[in-house]
Design a protein around this ligand. Structure first.
Ligand code: ACO
Length: 313
């Protein structure tokens, strides 16, 4: 079916850990409110000198080492991000320079917010299938410095997010199942930021909640239908880590036990495009994600966008 095989993963979190209690010292909020509403207990923010690029490079180095792939074998470096340090060069180009990837590597960023990593996987698969890349391996990154867009006096947004990067090395596997489903509902109001008139992230939390719980179960079912699989054939469900209650509501709609869905937002908050590769890396290093297993990844977020793909570990 020409799917993707996951050969290695990595993650990198910045050094500044901020707990819910830390926020409660400066904002009218509490650990109980944040934990009950979101499942988030702490997150990491970049300290001085830490950037989206430095996080991406840290995660990418680990992923290449984990995969046993040399920089010279990488034909594609694709970074999903909506918080790159600069508009140009692309974050992926800075990763290329830092890691010494060959000059023949195609390097590019994509912005699909929290759907970014899933969209990058499908982009990588299509480019690998196209046969024109200079190497058989793709380095797929999700890297975010969301703190650069946060208003730290707005309790309704700043407690939800975190900075971080995750990376995956993939290659085509003719035996691996594949299906990808995407959607977009162009909306500049529900979740937006980073423009001249709206420098900070702003959102209608309830609308985002409803959107996620409505679209993601349909997306997951569509991925399975396309691949001719049932949910039982999938070993792991790894969703974007925005909010524990969103994941539990999706589980309920799919009539699945919540425990089937990996959760780590308690440690990192919502790291947007980085959340799925960070989760994959944690699972792999903990021995939870074993060779031959099938993973269904689904993202959702600003755009509004959503998407789901399969991966073979
Ligand atoms: N601490 C204490 N009180 C708060 C906080 C806070 N951090 N934030 C908001 N409140 C208050 C509000 O001001 C409001 O007070 P009021 O009733 O006096 O006006 C009250 O809590 C209820 O606010 P709601 O927004 O209605 O609270 P809700 O129960 O909907 O929870 C939340 C808010 C957690 C944001 C929820 O809507 C949610 O989880 N939405 C999904 C959003 C999400 O996950 N976004 C991530 C971005 S999606 C993506 O990944 C791009």
């Amino acid at each position: 079916m020409n799917g993707l095989q996951l050969l290695g993963t990595g993650r990198c979190l910045p050094s500044r850990r901020v707990t819910n209690e830390d926020f409660a010292r400066t904002l009218d909020t509490s650990d109980a409110w944040i934990t009950e509403r979101t499942g988030i207990r702490q997150r990491y923010f970049c300290a001085e000198g830490e950037t989206a690029v430095s996080l991406a490079v840290g995660a990418a180095r680990q992923a290449l080492e984990d995969a046993g792939v040399q920089p010279g074998q990488v034909g594609l470096c694709i970074a999903a991000t909506f918080t790159a340090d600069r508009r140009t060069p692309a974050l992926a180009c800075e990763v290329q320079a830092a890691l010494g990837l060959p000059q023949t590597t195609l390097c590019l960023d994509i912005n699909a917010a929290c759907t970014g990593f899933v969209a990058a996987l499908e982009t990588a698969r299509c480019l690998l299938l196209g046969g024109q890349l200079a190497g058989p391996y793709a380095l797929v990154l999700g890297a975010e410095k969301i703190s650069s867009l946060l208003d730290f006096s707005d309790r309704s947004t700043c407690v939800l997010f975190g900075d971080g990067a995750g990376a995956a090395v993939v290659r085509l596997d003719p035996q691996a199942p594949w299906a990808a489903v995407f959607g977009t509902r162009g909306d500049g109001q529900v979740l937006h930021g980073g423009g001249p008139e709206d420098p900070y992230l702003a959102m209608d939390g309830r609308a985002v909640f409803r959107f996620a719980v409505e679209t993601v179960p349909v997306c997951i079912r569509a991925v399975l239908d396309k691949a001719g699989l049932t949910l039982d054939a999938v070993d792991h469900l790894v969703l974007h880590q925005a909010n524990s209650r969103i994941i539990h509501s999706i589980a309920k709609k799919l009539e699945q036990a919540p425990a089937r869905f990996y959760e780590n937002m308690q440690r990192y908050g919502n790291t947007s495009a980085a959340s799925i590769p960070i989760a994959l890396d944690e699972m792999r290093r903990a021995g939870q994600l074993c060779p031959g297993q099938t993973v269904l990844c689904a993202g959702f977020g600003a755009g509004l966008t959503w998407g789901g793909v399969l991966l073979r570990a």
